[in-house]
Design a protein around this ligand. Structure first.
Ligand SMILES: C[S@@+](CC[C@H](N)C(=O)[O-])C[C@H]1O[C@@H](n2cnc3c(N)ncnc32)[C@H](O)[C@@H]1O
Length: 208
């Protein structure tokens, strides 16, 4: 069953960053309703559970990379995590995230470029729905590793279609072989139920 909306199709088929940003500017207002209330977007809940099962203190400093409207930040905040920062390219999605009052700090920027964040800043990074078609590719993983402290965790989803098309396995194994991270968990899980889509949810620990 595929009930994907026209605007959802637009973001998954955007030709470039400008087209993607324009589509998210339009979608920001209705995004949570469309995905959570109508389509059964379950990946944020599953990924948050997999990440928090690896975390100790509620004071962990966490980056939500590609935070969008703040669905993941709200889940973490609801569980008592108080040091969650959000990062996204879309000003309009960030404005919706700000309304949730779940983030310590929100930043605008491009995950495909070098980030203006110091090495080893975060105890954990979570990224849900952002490693997907026409969004962010596997090369962005290197920067997430750089900004995570040794021993910290990175949890990210990859839409199945992108997993096949963009050689995520190769990028992940390159980081394993270079000793940059090791695998803690990796599962296939439902992504958007009414779309009938699945994703990989990967949890990796940055090397000490
Ligand atoms: C499908 S939404 C996911 C948002 C949120 N994590 C969630 O699960 O609802 C993808 C988000 O990635 C952001 N994004 C896409 N390309 C990006 C890039 N190069 N740098 C930063 N954010 C990007 C979009 O603006 C959008 O908010």
């Amino acid at each position: 069953m595929n009930q994907r909306t026209a605007i959802h199709d637009r973001v998954l088929n955007a030709a470039d960053k400008d087209e993607l940003a324009a589509a998210y500017a339009e979608w920001a207002e209705g995004y949570d309703h469309d995905l959570l209330d109508e389509l059964g977007y379950v990946a944020p809940m599953t990924a948050t559970r997999l990440l928090t099962s690896q975390l100790g203190e509620r004071s962990a400093r966490i980056l939500d990379a590609g935070c969008g409207t703040g669905i993941v930040g709200a889940l973490l905040h609801g569980q008592g995590y108080t040091q969650v920062d959000g990062f996204d390219y879309s000003h309009e999605m960030l404005a919706k995230a700000r309304e949730k009052a779940a983030y310590a700090m929100l930043m605008q920027g491009d995950l495909m470029a070098r980030l203006s964040i110091d090495d080893a800043t975060y105890d954990a990074v979570i990224s849900v729905g952002t490693f997907t078609c026409a969004h962010v590719g596997p090369q962005a993983l290197n920067e997430l590793v750089r900004i995570t402290r040794p021993g910290g965790c990175i949890c990210f989803t990859v839409r199945d279609q992108a997993w096949e098309e963009d050689d995520y396995r190769g990028a992940i194994e390159t980081l394993v072989d270079s000793g940059d991270w090791k695998r803690l968990d990796e599962v296939e899980a439902p992504y958007i139920e009414k779309e009938g889509s699945d994703c990989r949810i990967c949890v990796y620990q940055v090397a000490r």
